[in-house]
Write a protein that binds this ligand. Structure first.
Ligand SMILES: NC(=O)c1ccc[n+]([C@@H]2O[C@H](COP(=O)([O-])OP(=O)(O)OC[C@H]3O[C@@H](n4cnc5c(N)ncnc54)[C@H](O)[C@@H]3O)[C@@H](O)[C@H]2O)c1
Length: 397
């Protein structure tokens, strides 16, 4: 392929006025509210033609001045401190919940009952009971509904999924994943909603662990049982008591027979956003590292005796034939963490426009719920010191 053809993606002719718009309502203007809004802006010109053109209608946050300022900066028509106004806004067709974990259930269910399609940040609930309630209530409404597990939308991770699905990698024997951050190393780091069971449900587990648990399910399949440890190293911080885990580690057996280790911590000095997994299979191995998100380390077992080409090699995931890359830049002109949200939210809009299912590549609310069952099992295993079986509830017909 000549390099000039890389530049033609944006030239595809489509009348922008023929693409229907869809009104977006957002809960939260801080980290996720901003990341998701950024993605809605990019969708309209990254995917061409887009499934739908997002129109930023209404945004909610706790602080009136800050949310009004965010509405101006981000381009929303209206702002409010009451999420109910967003949920009941007739110009809103998609409700995007980027609020803290204790704000997932009620607003998401209310939005679905008001006929809005919904996407909710992870963990879907503070507990499996709460996530199950959310999933059950939203399922009754028939709207499109998604859990915001954005790592599924990293091109390199999607490539791993393809290599597992098409048999290139064979059967998985080991899944070793870790998610390490350092932002709580300093005991003087103040308390926040993320450090309380009431607002967050759990600590590093629901915050970081949820991502690698979802990837374990997406890439390997259902875990069957788990044993685990949790630790809270600093129990009192300026502004509050910490009653959630700073860190956990878990040993998992999958239904397939594969073995896994999962660990997450917010007290790992030097680690910024170190999400890494290694999968060992019958035919080779792959390594993904979020801080090198456009690369994969791949080792495929040689077929020739004495093969000297064995060993890991680095694959730069940026070719037009790699997942999502037909929408982006010439190969080697890299995309970033924030672009996973562009892919994630486009997936939702495309499902709405073409009435397609969210799964298997998007995380459904059932996926979000199942993740919280595993989180609960990890906490039970750590509390009791005993290995826990994992089982799931289903919706009654
Ligand atoms: N997918 C990811 O990579 C990722 C990364 C970070 C956070 N998250 C998840 O996203 C969610 C939000 O996390 P965050 O880091 O953006 O949090 P944050 O603290 O940065 O932002 C929370 C936002 O919610 C608003 N808010 C809180 N309570 C509210 C209420 N009652 N009414 C209206 N607005 C309210 C706040 O004003 C703020 O704008 C959490 O569930 C978290 O687990 C996901």
């Amino acid at each position: 392929m000549s390099s000039s053809s890389f530049f033609t993606q944006g030239d595809a002719r489509a009348d922008v006025d023929e693409v229907p718009s869809i009104g977006i309502g957002m809960l939260g203007y801080a980290f996720m509210g901003r990341a998701h809004t950024n993605a809605f802006h990019k969708i309209g010109y990254t995917f061409w033609p887009p499934a739908l053109r997002p129109r930023l209608v209404h945004i909610a946050g706790r602080n009136a001045d800050a949310v009004a300022e965010a509405a101006r900066r981000y381009g929303y028509d209206k702002s409010t401190t009451d999420w109910r106004e967003v949920v009941n806004d007739p110009d809103v067709q998609v409700f995007d919940n980027g609020g803290p974990n204790d704000q997932h259930l009620e607003p998401t269910v209310a939005a679905a009952r008001a006929g809005k399609h919904v996407i909710c940040e992870k963990p879907l609930g503070r507990t499996a009971d709460e996530a199950f309630e959310l999933w059950s209530a939203v399922a009754e409404t028939g709207v499109k509904a998604m859990t915001a597990f954005n790592y599924r939308f990293f091109p390199a991770i999607r490539l791993v999924k393809e290599m597992l699905d098409d048999g290139t990698l064979g059967e998985v024997r080991h899944f070793r994943a870790r998610y390490h951050q350092e932002w709580l190393v300093d005991p003087e780091t103040p308390a926040s909603w993320r450090l309380t069971k009431e607002a967050a449900g759990s600590g590093a587990l629901g915050d970081l662990g949820a991502h690698i648990i979802d990837l374990a399910r997406y890439l390997v399949g259902e875990p069957e049982s788990v044993s685990a440890n949790t630790a809270t190293f600093v129990e009192d911080r300026p502004g509050g008591h910490v009653d959630v885990d700073d860190a956990f580690d878990a040993v998992v057996r999958f239904e397939s027979g594969a073995l896994g280790t999962l660990e997450a911590t917010r007290v790992a000095p030097g680690r910024k956003n170190h999400m890494r997994f290694e999968i060992s299979t019958t035919k080779g191995a792959v390594i993904f590292d979020q801080e090198r998100m456009n690369e994969l380390k791949v080792h495929l077992i040689g077929t020739t005796p004495g093969d000297h080409a064995q060993g890991f090699r680095t694959v730069l995931v940026s070719e037009t034939y790699h997942p999502y890359w037909e929408n982006w830049w010439p190969h080697g002109h890299m995309i970033g963490w924030e672009d996973s949200f562009v892919h994630e939210l486009e997936h939702l809009l495309s499902a709405i426009r073409h009435d397609k299912p969210i799964g298997p590549h998007g995380a459904t609310l059932e996926d979000g719920y199942r993740c919280t069952e595993i989180c609960d099992a990890i906490l039970r295993a750590a509390d009791t010191g005993e290995r826990q079986k994992i089982s799931y509830r289903g919706l009654s017909a």
